[in-house]
Design a protein around this ligand. Sequence first.
Ligand SMILES: [Fe+2]
Length: 278
Amino acid sequence: MNAITIQRGFRVFDFTPRIGSLIEMDAAALASGRHAAEIMDLLERRGVVVFHGLHLNDEQQLAISRTLGEIVPLRDKGLLPITLDKKVDAFAAEYLNGSFLWHFDGASDDIPPRAAILNAKKLSASGGQTEFCNSYAAWEELPASVKTSIEKLRVVHSVEAAQRHVKPSPSDEDLRRWRRHEPKVHPLVWTHKTGRKSLALGCTASHIEGMEPDEGRKLLAALTEWATMPRFVYRHEWGPGDLLIWDNTGTLHRVMPYDADSGRLMTRTTLVGGEPLL
Ligand SMILES: [Fe+2]
């Protein structure tokens, strides 16, 4: 770890120069909400923040999440189980297929979630690390000529595009289910309220408007390869009870493969977004 920053009452260690920080804080201090603004500020600057070994129960996770923002009302009070175990969540297997590929959440929404909070309940014996790349840094470090050539492009995102990576020969029923979600067109370069810009890429990106489809896909693939180079990436090796928050508006993420029978279980809360892609 590179730097130690002493914030008001807590220490922060940067995992890499561009993304990922460890915050040293116990569950009580986190739940008090008194550091919420600083945590959200760190999240915007660092993309991912991690709290080691908190071992939170569901109520604690919900309470902490509420100090950071409004929770998206998914499932039971906003807690979503993340598991490949169909006995826990039959819906999960297909939904999670796309999570093994780089993406940001809510690409089919007008306003993607602000952030997501993952609480490690049970880990897999191997695999299951989560990787994040800083899509602000990926934009900022592009050559100026590339920035100029891509800045005005618009990308069509769809559930179908993501699922086709996993299942290239879908059935009619698969297509019907995927196409219930309307495709959404977003700018390739997201200009945020702060004025900062990030690359909005990922497996949901189907093609580029007004560009020959294969040419558009090649460009999207090349930009994704750029944005996910090691210098922009933080890989989280989960420890028992870790809590991790990622900024869904300034990062892409993916999970490394793990055994569906491993029992791996995360609980997730999601914070409502505040800005459309402009
Ligand atoms: Fe995701």
